[in-house]
Design a protein around this ligand. Structure first.
Ligand code: PML
Ligand code: MG
Ligand code: MG
Ligand code: MG
Length: 251
């Protein structure tokens, strides 16, 4: 689902419905499509004047994965958050000057729709259209997994559990793409200070990570340089991934 008002993006969401091919599956697809429309019409960012819902039959075998464990990193402020995030990125094999490329690209990002892909060895941009980035799509989660993740996230003292749940699902799919060393992200919502570093090991969540009230935000994915870029992009954009298990986490 994609909703906009004029040229402004208002909201977007997607999921994957898994069924047995019977009529029940089609009913469920219809009901999910309806809930997407409701979501678009009741979004806190405002009323859209255009809502598009696309329903697509998956053309590739579904990959099922477990959600990354969620780790909350208690930091006092964004400066401390950034220092710890840098340590985690270094541990994931992304050196200081390459990390800076990621922070810089997100800090300058007000309008990109997708993630920036950054070579984890030399810091160069790998996505062919930097103004657009790469949008990781064909990602979904089962109802049971979504509920379990939201319950777990609520235990971490988070009120925006749905936002976090969706970010964990997306970060999980990105972490499973070939060559992903780490992802860095924070929101472009000036009232939302949290951000995360995700590695194949965990989703490290920082209650404060971004410069205060910044309207710039986005995603940077650091990719191993020996991975063929076309395959990485194809996997992020087209490989269907269902996140359907939860592996716990810690505060
Ligand atoms: C979280 O609070 O853990 C999620 C932070 C990033 C959300 C970014 C977004 O999807 O806008
Ligand atoms: Mg039919
Ligand atoms: Mg409304
Ligand atoms: Mg946003």
């Amino acid at each position: 689902m994609r909703a906009s008002a004029g040229d402004e993006h208002v909201s977007g969401a997607e999921t994957i419905v898994v069924g047995d091919g019977s009529g029940d599956t089609e009913d469920e697809v219809a009901s999910v499509a309806e809930s997407m429309v409701e979501r678009a019409l009741n979004h806190p960012r405002g009323d859209p004047d255009d809502v598009t819902v696309t329903v697509e039959r998956l053309s590739r075998p579904l990959r099922r994965v477990e959600a990354l464990p969620v780790v909350t990193v208690d930091v006092d402020d964004a400066d401390e958050g950034r220092r710890v995030a840098q340590e985690l990125l270094a541990r994931a094999g992304v050196e200081d000057d390459i990390q800076t490329c990621g922070f810089d690209v997100i800090e300058g990002d007000t309008a990109r729709r997708g993630a920036a892909l950054i070579d984890a060895t030399d810091g160069s941009r790998l996505d062919p259209k930097p103004a657009r980035g790469v949008r990781a799509t064909h990602i979904g989660t089962s109802d049971a997994c979504r509920d379990a993740l939201e319950a777990l996230i609520t235990e971490h003292g988070v009120t925006a559990a749905e936002t976090v749940q969706e970010a964990v699902v997306l970060a999980t799919a990105i972490a499973h793409a070939p060559g992903t060393r780490a992802e860095l992200c924070w929101s472009d919502d000036p009232d939302y200070d949290a951000g995360y570093v995700a590695t194949p090991a965990a989703y490290y969540r920082f209650p404060a990570l971004k410069p205060e009230s910044a309207t710039e935000g986005g995603r940077a994915i650091f990719v191993a340089s020996d991975e063929p870029v076309d395959e990485v992009i194809d996997c992020l954009e087209a490989q269907p991934v269902l996140v359907d298990g939860v592996s716990g986490g810690r505060k």
